[in-house]
Unconditional design. Structure first.
Length: 181
């Protein structure tokens, strides 16, 4: 079963990564193509808008009709929640659920390959409708794909650790909630 957060992340990436495509596999066996070309069923902008709209069935009942999402076009899955641009060698992307200020601090304190990190530009794009931040890591071309992938995975792992630390368990109720910033 697909998770709503996965759909939000996919919509955000499709909207931000130039040339990204998504293949939405429906539970009834049908398929929907999300892309910026004329053969697509939905444009990335339309898909993003539909996902962001609360009362729309595509957003509220996604787990009843959507069985899977397959990235395509310029979007390649690297590992975990990290994606690369197929046509822009040094670009890596992921979607975050922390405020941009916290993400900036996180990236300034990265304990990764310093040489690669020094040549990396981090661009944060907040999507207020979807409630996420799209993170683009852009590394100069002098490094191997493996080095860039390792840096992106390190950055993503640091984000996940920070995100996990931002949640607390209330002992009296065993409920998880996000701490105030």
């Amino acid at each position: 079963m697909i998770d709503k957060d996965d759909v939000i992340s996919a919509a955000a990436l499709a909207h931000c990564v130039p040339g990204a495509e998504l293949l939405l596999r429906r539970t009834d066996g049908g398929r929907i193509t999300v892309a910026g070309h004329s053969r697509a069923d939905l444009s990335p902008c339309t898909f993003r808008h539909l996902v962001a709209e609360g009362p729309c069935p595509i957003a509220t009942e996604v787990d009843t009709w959507l069985g899977g999402i397959v990235p395509g076009g310029a979007l390649d899955h690297v590992v975990a929640g990290v994606y690369r641009s197929r046509y822009r060698r040094g670009e890596r992307w992921f979607v975050a659920s922390l405020a941009p200020g916290r993400l900036r601090k996180l990236f300034s304190d990265l304990d990764c390959d310093a040489q690669v990190a020094d040549e990396t530009t981090v661009t944060l794009t907040a999507d207020l409708e979807l409630g996420v931040v799209i993170v683009k890591l852009e590394v100069e071309s002098g490094f191997s794909e493996e080095q860039v992938d390792r840096l992106a995975l390190c950055a993503y792992a640091n984000y996940l650790a920070e995100f996990a630390a931002s949640e607390t368990v209330h002992p009296s109720t065993d409920q998880i909630s996000k701490r105030e910033e």
